[in-house]
Design a protein around this ligand. Sequence first.
Ligand code: ADP
Ligand code: MG
Length: 352
Amino acid sequence: MSKLQELENNKRRKLSSAADQEHSQPWVEKYRPRKLDDVAAQDHAVTVLKKTLQSANLPHMLFYGPPGTGKTSTILALTKELFGPSLVKSRVLELNASDERGISIVREKVKNFARLTVSKPSNEDLENYPCPPYKIIILDEADSMTADAQSALRRTMETYSGVTRFCLICNYITRIIDPLASRCSKFRFKSLDASNALSRLSYVADQESVTYEEGSLEKILDISAGDLRKAITLLQSASKLSNYNDNNKITPGQLEELAGIVPTPILKEIVEKVASKDVNSIVQYVSDFCKDGWSGASVINQLHEHYITNDMFDTNFKNQVSMILFDTDSKLTNGTNERIQLLNALIKISQV
Ligand SMILES: Nc1ncnc2c1ncn2[C@@H]1O[C@H](COP(=O)(O)OP(=O)(O)O)[C@@H](O)[C@H]1O
Ligand SMILES: [Mg+2]
């Protein structure tokens, strides 16, 4: 093979592997907001952060809120806008839950990074980005850190606050010890409401030329309940599956199947069985239902939704049903037998 040919082949190989990568990238990463302006629905947090961007004077920060609402994306976008793509590597340390984060890590890794002097930005970076003279340490999913590790962090935070800012991210603010929380500006991230989530989801669907039957996107949002990561992941899995459909369109039924939730017609049958108050037929139905491999935990959730949002039932009935379902849910979480628990719950409800 001539040298030229070889070079040509190499080039082709590189190109095709780049294309593969593009193709196989999870859509949640591909459509992660790159700039603060791309973050949807978190107007309050974004406005305040943009102000701090102008003054380039950042406090320690604590982001909290449910999963898939843009917390990680927001801080990553913020650091990029602060430092620019090249400086960001030496100025930002990101640790997340998959890293060990006991007290030793706080003592070593975090402290070592915190006390480093800041690297000098190039002139080009200085022209285009604020490049403030400090580093940022992101502790993602900080609520999974032990209380000891959090205490150790308190000292580090204080000692090196001249050259380092912290951003703690968590789902539950109550799991962050008070002395840490009180040192941070707090930003609450809300669950995305239906219209914001829908517009982001349909944007992704358009970009990827996904076709779907009416009601599919709404179904996805129903299932993912404000968690955009879950929604986009579900869209991607469904789009792969829909290639096998006749018209290549995603259907709401397929989405239910993918998400492992019980389809509406079956849920309706269960509710009818319960209303009939016929114990024998409930026993038979539950036994068949479990043999079909449906998940008990999911059906408990859906039954809750069904009974609580239905105006046909009075408050007293809803109260009692909630108690029964709550009890069953906690028992299932402890790993008890699904069939027995489900049967127990349905018979109890039928006798309310
Ligand atoms: N507010 C938002 N605006 C735009 N996209 C979002 C938003 N929230 C979540 N996403 C999407 O969901 C994915 C996960 O978001 P992420 O920031 O990691 O959520 P969190 O850290 O709050 O769990 C992102 O890659 C993005 O595609
Ligand atoms: Mg996150």
